[in-house]
Ligand binder design. Structure first.
Ligand code: NIG
Ligand code: FE
Length: 422
């Protein structure tokens, strides 16, 4: 066992406190144990009990801010190919839905993903993952949904698991077999749902599924089909998520809330009834400003209503080749505030505590004794700087599950006195 003590820093614990929404602690100390990867103590340095100093490896934070490692709770990180051609088509006037209906869109990525070997997918995905890690991400959710048959869904989920073995990051996998109709099922959406229901138990048995998601939309699956998938997932005890009300109000959020879903994601067309249902069920609203921006949407999610009803709000990249080819969760903080008018507090909670909630993870997302020592240390004057600045990367170091992440991040922050041990 090895205790670590970080001082000469400030902390934003994100612990729930209405009077101090970011849990700001100036001149803080934080103690963690790298054996179990858990936080032992956090608070003002002047109140640090003496015994925590004994035998601890000491680190100085050079006045930086310690925050929970960032959580990207909605990505489609593992995919083959790219869709810059479709981007060009959209600039020539085609819409995202036009392209999808003409056999492009998600299906074109399905073709590229099926053609790619697992190694090729891994290499391509690692580049994207590394960009996220360089911004302090310590937990990432990765959805399948570009394989759409048993072989290729398994391949993508295995690549997602492999990423977690290659990098210091926790990967939560979500099975999104009901993302689109694969070419072989064109015009037969019920048959594809049958196939999805057939794939799920085996993928679950292989330990590849942490949650189940559906794209409930005019260009994807309807409410009845969504409910079939929910029932099967529920039968296996798997948590649910939903791509809901992105392009139209399908009533997906109410259905998901009825099934106790962890989150509903996108939500530009969310109705008051849907928002109310989410509030009653405690379902997290995951907002995806990257997709809103990239698809040049104009209809905003009903932020004021979500706020009024107390629906927890999370923010994520939605990293994918069609609607949000972006790896920057920091940019989502900026967009969440500028495009969606979230407050900096809401945005920051959206990539920490509420992002953990969207994944059903109670052991992270804030800093407190007994929670995971997933830390991001920033050279900033105040946590709000992470929302205010964009295109910058003031990350100094990251600790993941109690261990300093060895990376080039150390090289870009020479002012940080840093860790004495890797
Ligand atoms: O979350 N909405 C559905 N799925 C993705 C887009 C996928 C794609 O276009 O490849 C999303 O926006
Ligand atoms: Fe998505």
């Amino acid at each position: 066992m090895s205790l670590h003590l970080l001082t000469e820093c400030n902390a934003a614990t994100m612990a729930a406190d209405p009077d101090n929404p970011l849990g700001l602690v100036e001149d803080a100390a934080i103690v963690w144990d790298d054996a179990d990867g858990l936080i032992r103590w956090v608070g003002p340095q002047t109140r640090l009990p003496k015994h925590w100093r004994q035998g601890a490896q000491c680190h100085q934070g050079s006045g930086g801010w310690v925050m929970p490692g960032l959580i990207d709770c909605h990505t489609h990180l593992v995919y083959g190919g790219a869709r810059s051609q479709e981007f060009a088509m959209r600039l020539h006037g085609a819409s995202y839905e036009d392209i999808a209906r003409a056999g492009g869109g998600i299906v074109s990525t399905v073709r590229a993903t099926r053609q790619a070997s697992a190694d090729e997918l891994l290499t391509q995905s690692l580049h994207r993952l590394d960009a996220m890690l360089a911004e302090g991400v310590t937990t990432i959710e990765i959805k399948s949904g570009y394989g759409l048959d048993a072989t290729h869904e398994r391949k993508c989920l295995q690549v997602a698991r492999q990423l977690a073995r290659l990098r210091a990051v926790d990967v939560q996998t979500t099975f999104l077999g009901a993302h689109a109709l694969p070419p072989e099922s064109a015009g037969q959406s019920d048959a594809h749902i049958d196939a999805v229901l057939a794939m799920l138990p085996e993928l679950h048995r292989l330990g590849l599924v942490d949650a189940v998601d559906v794209f409930c939309e005019r260009i994807a699956f309807d409410l009845t089909q969504t409910e079939r998938v929910f029932q099967a997932a529920k039968g296996l005890g798997l948590p649910l998520k939903l791509h809901a009300e992105q392009l139209s109000d399908m009533g997906g959020a109410s259905l998901a809330a009825r099934y106790g879903a962890l989150s509903c994601d996108h939500l530009e067309w969310l109705s008051p009834a849907g928002a109310q249902a989410m509030a009653s069920a405690g379902t997290v609203a995951v907002l995806l400003p990257g997709a809103f921006y990239f698809l040049r949407e104009t209809r905003l999610p009903p932020i004021a209503l979500l706020r009024e009803l107390g629906v927890p709000i999370a923010l994520a990249t939605d990293c994918n080749p069609g609607s949000s080819p972006c790896t920057s969760l920091l940019l989502m903080l900026s967009m969440g505030c500028t495009l969606f008018r979230l407050t900096p507090e809401e945005a920051l909670l959206g990539v920490s505590r509420h992002a953990a909630g969207a994944l059903g993870l109670r052991d992270r997302g804030s800093l407190a004794p007994g929670l995971r020592a997933d830390l991001a240390i920033w050279q900033i004057d105040h946590p709000n700087d992470l929302c205010y600045q964009f295109g910058q990367r003031p990350l100094v170091r990251t600790v993941q599950a109690g261990r300093w992440r060895a990376s080039a991040e150390a090289l870009i922050a020479p002012t940080f006195a840093g860790a004495s041990h890797e």
